[in-house]
Design a protein around this ligand. Structure first.
Ligand SMILES: Nc1ncnc2c1ncn2[C@@H]1O[C@H](COP(=O)(O)OP(=O)(O)O)[C@@H](O)[C@H]1O
Ligand SMILES: [Mg+2]
Length: 234
């Protein structure tokens, strides 16, 4: 049911990694997931071609600005969770996907460029809320953080978010080779071999905590009206 989108107007913020960690965690908990691969780079679709594919996960990559709202609402009716991995930009696909999301997760790395890309999405959410006339729940997840130290750039980003009163997950996604390896070997963290991947246990623990925090925020608002606001513009 809940639709969870990952958005940041900047590429490389960690959207696809975060989306995949959530999708594989949810599938490992026995739930069905539809992932919308809404990035022309198609990283999720490439991952889906690799071994260890879960029968609980399906991936949709054929999308258009005109069709995406309907595709997402159909998938939300058919599977337990819908996860949307968006392109690192602001366009009609992004706006339409955000407008039908129950939760938007904005991954931000510890850099001011990422924070500005994230701020663009937060501003866009504010505009969309006025159009759809309901709140679009959103939060920030800090990504690629150093397990040992908080860098000065990261501290600056945290301060910036705190001043804006933005909901930031208390679990950041730590920089882990295990997360990159998923795109090499396929599947989720549970499918990886501990002998081949360093700190797999720590990665699993981090991903589980991140997923738990996201899921606790992904609440479907009843009687939400689905507006197909940009349909004519495509
Ligand atoms: N937590 C992480 N640990 C290690 N590598 C990461 C992490 N998050 C992202 N990366 C790497 O950073 C790059 C960009 O991440 P990605 O998730 O593709 O960002 P986006 O989807 O926002 O463009 C990729 O090479 C990815 O493997
Ligand atoms: Mg991506």
């Amino acid at each position: 049911m809940p639709v969870i989108s990952f958005a940041n107007a900047k590429g490389g913020a960690g959207k696809t990694t975060a989306a995949l960690l959530l999708a594989t965690e949810v599938a490992e908990r026995g739930k069905s997931v539809t992932i919308f691969d809404a990035d022309p780079q198609k990283w999720i679709s490439k991952w889906y071609e690799l071994p260890n594919r879960s029968s609980r996960i399906s991936v949709i990559s054929e999308i258009s600005p005109a069709s995406i709202t309907e595709q997402i609402t159909d998938a939300a009716a058919a599977t337990d969770y819908v996860i949307v991995d968006l392109e690192g930009t602001e366009n009609l696909v992004v706006a339409n996907a955000l407008s039908v999301s129950d939760l938007v997760v904005v991954p931000i790395q510890g850099s001011s460029m990422d924070a500005r890309g994230g701020a663009k999405i937060l501003t866009l959410i504010g505009k969309l809320e006025k159009i759809v006339r309901h709140k679009i729940q959103h939060c920030v997840v800090l990504t690629r953080t150093n397990a040992a130290v908080t860098t000065r750039a990261m501290k600056a980003v945290q301060d910036f978010l705190a001043v804006q009163g933005i909901d930031v997950l208390s679990t950041p996604i730590v920089e882990r080779a295990a997360y990159r390896d998923l795109f090499e070997f396929g599947g989720g963290l549970g499918d990886q071999c501990p002998k081949q991947i360093t700190n797999l246990d720590k990665a699993k623990e981090n991903a589980e905590m991140f997923a738990a925090e996201v899921l606790e925020r992904a609440i479907v608002i009843p009687q939400k009206r689905w507006y197909h606001i940009f349909k004519k513009a495509s």
